[in-house]
Design a protein around this ligand. Structure first.
Ligand code: RRO
Length: 317
């Protein structure tokens, strides 16, 4: 007889329950009403919005996104429809009764703007959590907040007391053990529900040898890398923060997930949920059901029935 044990992919991000642990990375197919509706109707376990600012933003000039066999480079420049749209969509989403949470990404251009955005989303019904983006690499002249440890504390001092919904932060990748430790020590002081690791690896450069040109227009071709290029960096960040953060702070994995095995690896490193970016851009909404199926198959083969059976249980030599 076939092994018919049911395998559950359900998870919790703080007090927010997800029927499936896979959903979109902010930025990937989540900007417009059509995108958000498609996500609500997909196999994703949650819907996360594009990072939002107070005002509508056109973003950087095109071409601003490019794929190679190994991943992607982008310099989108925070194009989004503005806070009122994403706040209104919360009600639309709730009305869809998809049973999955709606999470809004916030990326104010200043501390004051982040405070205004959190204040606004506090009053909008139907928002289940907020992911505060501390790591956009593509705003000319603006450093990534996550690399300025003092500024991270200023931002969290200002927004944490305000947020009524569960709040998490999206971090840039770190590459030094001391930085993992210092950032974790800061984050542990705040009542965060989750930390998302990682945003794109900032300021890579993909070029075309044939035409001898860069492949995206903004910033002379410099942009954030995603896909296969970044998976080992993502896993290292997920695992480091899983070990260093208070256990109440869930780590959400993001980076290089294109198969069920990639999702399995993120969870083995400690992720409570896994986001999909570059592969969602490539494959569109069917990616969620495919990766869920592949992850369930791996779990079945290993005799696991729920994520807790292996989450964080990475073994060392
Ligand atoms: O819009 C972007 O250029 C962008 C953002 Br806000 C981000 O957080 N990460 C990224 O790779 N691109």
């Amino acid at each position: 007889m076939e092994n018919s044990t049911t395998v559950s992919l359900s998870t919790q991000i703080g007090r927010v329950a997800l029927p499936v642990c896979l959903y979109n990375a902010s930025g990937a197919r989540c900007t417009t009403a059509q995108d958000l509706l498609a996500l609500a109707q997909s196999g994703a376990g949650a819907v996360l919005s594009k990072s939002s600012t107070m005002q509508f933003r056109e973003g950087n000039p095109a071409p601003r996104y490019y794929e190679t066999t190994l991943g992607s480079i982008n310099s989108m420049g925070l194009p989004n429809l503005g806070h009122e749209f994403y706040g209104q969509h919360a009600q639309v989403h709730a009305a869809l009764q998809s049973g999955k949470p709606y999470i809004v990404s916030v990326s104010g251009l200043s501390l004051e703007e982040n405070v205004s955005l959190i204040g606004f989303y506090n009053e909008a019904a139907g928002i289940d959590a907020i992911e505060l983006n501390l790591s956009c690499p593509n705003l000319p002249g603006k450093p990534q907040t996550g690399y300025d440890f003092e500024q991270v504390q200023h931002v969290l001092d200002a927004v944490c007391p305000l947020a009524k919904q569960p709040l998490g932060v999206k971090l840039p990748p770190y590459f030094d053990i001391v930085h993992f430790e210092q950032m974790a020590a800061i984050l542990n002081r705040y009542p965060l529900a989750f930390v998302t690791c990682i945003n794109s690896v900032g300021n890579g450069l993909v070029i075309d040898a044939h035409t001898e040109t860069v492949v995206i227009k903004p910033k002379n071709g410099f942009g954030g890398l995603g896909g296969d290029y970044v998976k080992p960096t993502a896993l290292a960040n997920v695992h480091a923060f899983y070990r260093l953060l208070r256990p109440e702070i869930g780590v959400i994995g993001c980076g290089g997930v294109k198969t069920g095995q990639d999702a399995f690896e993120h969870i083995l490193c400690g992720a409570v949920a896994v986001q999909i970016g570059t592969q969602l851009m490539r494959e569109d909404m069917p990616v969620f059901a495919r990766i869920a199926y592949e992850l369930q198959t791996i779990m079945q083969q290993k005799g696991y029935t729920r994520l807790e059976d292996f989450r964080g249980k990475l073994r060392y030599l």
